[in-house]
Design a binder for this molecule. Structure first.
Ligand SMILES: Nc1ncnc2c1ncn2[C@@H]1O[C@H](COP(=O)(O)OP(=O)(O)OP(=O)(O)O)[C@@H](O)[C@H]1O
Ligand code: SF4
Ligand SMILES: [Mg+2]
Length: 362
């Protein structure tokens, strides 16, 4: 059993909405993250997937304490970060870093690349004097940037190069955990694989642990050890990448997988699809019971009333759905998980994004 690096319990991040200028009164709250329970193992890449606005970035920020959570705990090697004051947190921040989605807006345009990368080294007093400059050059080399460009400004670099600057900045404080918040979605497809490969190489070299956020399942596939699926502030499923693609248990995950186009017309013809209707409800007023019940094709009475527990349905496979306790009803779920369909979905993703599963498992 590998070592737990982070343990997240009942994590909630609500953003209050106020009314009134003089007497501010809370009128509502955005339930961006609403009760997450999961662990991140040392050295793994946990992929975090879900539609826009489901709370992925907020989860990442609340874990590394860029946001102080409304409720719950985040334990780093057993120490609860949410209980620490700002000054107690400061030395631990060195260990927890983030790579941002947009390499254009996340770098200060008035700072040189050298100053951007040097900032965490100075803030955490890791080097002094000339050694800072040498460390910046070393970091530029590690991420594949020419150290001669150290005095240039972000606008003088391409999108892919800017993301490398963001990666160098995240690495500068020698962290053990990095939230990679959609680090490739703003980049050209041709550059995306390079950045993924760089992140994988860095993980192997420095023993890093990643939370890797993406919009869709295909994008996290190559890099993830395990994958978590989020819907409206809740985690609905979490298991290994291979298990998730072959045997998705939650109807939402099944819908995401059934939406992957398969190039084989025969398999495509026989496969059942789950087409989700309606929009994602607002996190200001999430539905009662299971938050997915307004769009779930298998919803039944219990789903409107009772919140399904996120629990280990099978070894290492966590899911939040009442169908798990109702095998008869579960049989009515469509055939997106038949061996042929699972194999075809994996094949389609291989074609689009390159192989990631070991040959023997295909
Ligand atoms: N600082 C904030 N104040 C108020 N609401 C916020 C704040 N940050 C996020 N939200 C809201 O919380 C919800 C979750 O936002 P979040 O950015 O975490 O989603 P996401 O899954 O990362 O989306 P995307 O894929 O578009 O990046 C959204 O409804 C968003 O509008
Ligand atoms: S609990 Fe009910 S509504 Fe929610 S995903 Fe399962 S079947 Fe669908
Ligand atoms: Mg986001």
């Amino acid at each position: 059993m590998s070592e737990v690096l982070l343990e997240i319990e009942n994590l909630r991040m609500h953003f209050p909405m106020y009314k009134g200028a003089l007497i501010r009164k809370e009128v509502n709250r955005v339930r961006a993250v609403d009760g997450l329970n999961f662990k991140i193992m040392k050295g793994e890449t946990l992929g975090l997937v879900g539609e826009s606005g489901c709370g992925k970035s907020t989860t990442g920020r609340a874990i590394i304490q860029l946001y102080r959570p409304t409720e719950g705990s985040v334990k780093l090697r057993g120490k609860d970060l949410t209980k620490l004051s700002h000054s107690e947190l400061h030395p631990l921040r060195r260990d927890l870093q983030m790579i941002f989605q947009d390499p254009y807006s996340s770098l200060n345009p008035r700072m040189t690349v050298g100053d951007i990368i040097a900032e965490p080294i100075k803030v955490h007093q890791l080097e002094s004097g000339e050694a800072i400059y040498r460390r910046v050059q070393e970091l530029m080399e590690i991420v594949g940037l020419d150290p001669r460009f150290v005095r240039r400004y972000p606008h003088e670099f391409s999108g892919g190069q800017r993301q490398r600057i963001g990666i160098a900045r995240a690495l500068a404080s020698k962290p053990s955990f990095i939230v990679c918040d959609e680090p490739i979605s703003a980049l050209d497809v041709s550059i995306q694989a390079q950045v993924i490969n760089l992140l994988e190489d860095l993980q192997n070299e420095f023993g890093l642990t990643y939370l890797f956020i993406a919009h869709d399942l295909a994008a996290v596939r190559q890099i993830s050890t395990r994958i978590a699926v989020m819907y409206l502030g809740k985690m609905v499923e979490l298991t290994s990448g291979e298990e998730l693609y072959r045997r998705p248990m939650h109807p939402y995950t099944q819908a995401l997988i059934s939406a992957v186009p398969i190039p084989d017309p025969e398999v495509e013809r026989d496969r059942e699809r789950i087409v989700l209707t309606g929009d994602v409800p607002s996190p200001l007023k999430p539905p009662s019971g299971c938050v997915f019940h307004t769009r779930c094709p298998f919803a039944f009475e219990k789903c409107k009333k009772d919140v399904p527990e996120f629990k280990e349905a099978e070894e290492g496979h966590f899911v939040a759905c009442h169908l798990v306790d109702d095998p008869e009803r579960r049989k009515t779920a469509p055939n997106v998980t038949s061996p042929e369909a699972a194999k075809a979905a994996v094949h389609a993703m291989d074609k689009a994004f390159g192989p990631s599963l070991p040959e023997s498992s295909k």
